[in-house]
Design a protein around this ligand. Structure first.
Ligand SMILES: Cc1cc2nc3c(=O)[nH]c(=O)nc-3n(C[C@H](O)[C@H](O)[C@H](O)COP(=O)(O)O)c2cc1C
Length: 170
């Protein structure tokens, strides 16, 4: 798909079909994360691929929306802060690296005709418990991955002048 089409076609899908996601598509999505840039190339994350079949009730404790577990797959990304690059002022870049990798996966999914939805308003402690995430690792974001069962909504965005300035802050 042409890039401008791809970014305009992506939307937060909040209803999914039961149809399985082909293994080759999952592999493409994961490769997209692997190709993502990261600060100092540290790649400080682990991606968890979760099949929802047979685990729906348990997984809903992570994020309670019904559609979270409708898709056959959920993909989560976790930050490993202690291997991430930090700037001189101490700012750890693991979350930024995770966001880039997640967005690569989300755009790859769109390109393959699949739906996704960024989810950060999840229960961190439940995610840790249910997915066995160790204390030094932080779950950052999840997305269902499956075939959309809803339609794109109108994109509501700020006008360009409101989000861009030139030369200096104004
Ligand atoms: C970092 C981040 C966290 C988000 N967390 C949630 C979430 O927890 N639940 C949800 O339904 N949508 C979540 N969203 C989706 C946004 O609400 C959505 O991207 C935004 O409203 C724009 O709509 P669109 O994705 O359809 O273009 C999140 C998006 C981002 C980028």
């Amino acid at each position: 798909m042409e890039f401008q089409d791809l970014i305009s076609k992506r939307y937060s899908v909040r209803a999914y079909k039961k149809d399985p996601v082909e293994k080759w598509k999952i592999e493409k999505i994961l490769e997209a994360a692997r190709f993502a840039p990261s600060a100092a190339n540290r790649q400080p994350y682990k991606i968890i691929v979760i099949e929802t079949e047979g685990r729906k009730e348990e997984l809903k404790r992570i994020y309670s929306a019904e559609w979270f577990v409708q898709a056959p797959l959920i993909v989560g990304i976790c930050a490993i802060k202690n291997i991430a690059w930090s700037r001189k002022d101490g700012k750890n870049h693991a979350d930024i690296d995770c966001a880039i990798a997640m967005d690569h996966m989300i755009l790859a999914a769109t390109d393959l005709g699949l739906g996704s939805c960024w989810i950060c308003a999840f229960d961190v402690e439940q995610a840790r418990r249910i997915l066995g995430i160790p204390p030094e690792v932080e779950p950052v974001a999840f997305t269902p991955v499956g075939y959309p069962d809803d339609l794109p909504k109108e994109k509501r965005r700020k006008p360009i002048e409101e989000i861009v300035c030139y030369g200096r802050w104004q």
